[in-house]
Unconditional design. Sequence first.
Length: 416
Amino acid sequence: MHKKYFYITILTALALTLATLALNWVINPLSIFEGVNIERLNIDKPAARLNERLSKAYEVIRKNPTGVILGNSRALAFSEMHPGWSGKNNYNLALASGSMYEALRYFQHANHNKEVKEIVLSLTINMFLPGSGHSPQYDNRRLIVNIDGQLTNYRYSAYIKDIVTSTISFDATKASIKTIKNNKRSYKSIKNNKYAYTCKAPYEGHSRIKNQGGHARFFLQTNKTMLARNWPYPNAVNSRKSYYSKSIEHFIKLIRSAYKQNISLHIIIPPEHALLFETLYIADLWPLVENWKRTLININEQTALEFGKDAYSIWDFSGYNSITMESVPAWDDLETPMDWFWESLHFKESAANLILDRVFNTERENCAIPKDFGTKINTGNITTHINDMHNMHNSFKNRYPEHIRKLYRYSKTLGQ
């Protein structure tokens, strides 16, 4: 009798394990391996987006793209399908809160077989300062090459571990169930390409803004977070300088690889809403940002001379222009959407498409690019460009006295 119950228990456990394995293998919630994608079932994978350092490490190798997008969360808005790409096989390899080190390492990983021909590299000062990268999701063992470009062997053990945790774990099963529910709920938006090239789609996703209390309050909270993260605490100054220097070295390594391999590289400093620049001003980060831009320019032009090539274009979409100075709705306005921004850090796909239109020199019907949106910066014009930003700052900040007053008040609490 006891043996009978023992065997029933064993068989039940085995059946449940096999059922779990089958479910997670079909749904593939973390997109680790090549699987089947079925409409209304598993095309959209929320768990993969939340674990992108894991999922993208495997997805990019399966896709073997000729074009890649590198950067932090702001670069996630750029489309792999924009008509300006020179090839059709492109992949967005940007990482939320990504660092310059991670951009370099994932580029090396994607380019291990020297197939990458084109890069959109989106750079922000945050990628060069402490607070970016260092995610617990990042694991060097998943990457095919080391930082010197040499093939490694330990990636196989990382892959086996990831396969096991994504197929027979309780968390993987929860992720599979969530994937199924999400695909049933959002099938219409998945089927309709979210990167459709409409000039503006202000209402799409606006419920998220309403939940944050409207654009104005979301802006203030984002700017406070940015201010706290970059407040110049005395004990953080040396670590900031050290991290910045290492990040510059990683940028040099990436750009040298691009020149050496004749890769078409588009360097972009993406837009931030002009209100964010007041945050940088209060945190005394403007001098560092200006030096950072000059450093990027000098490295780019010196490396081009070394390789006997024309320098890559560095496009600066930040600062004060028709897009970044978009009006922010009133404090208690929950309904009015913005055309170009979610909050002060992140721009919408509508703005991202305009950026790529400018960089790729493409035109879309009835989608004119503002003339002041995007400036090629180089040693010849960077001083004028910076001076213009200072002049615009003095006039722009008077538009939002209450917002800026709240930021200054908050900054005093940080200094206590």
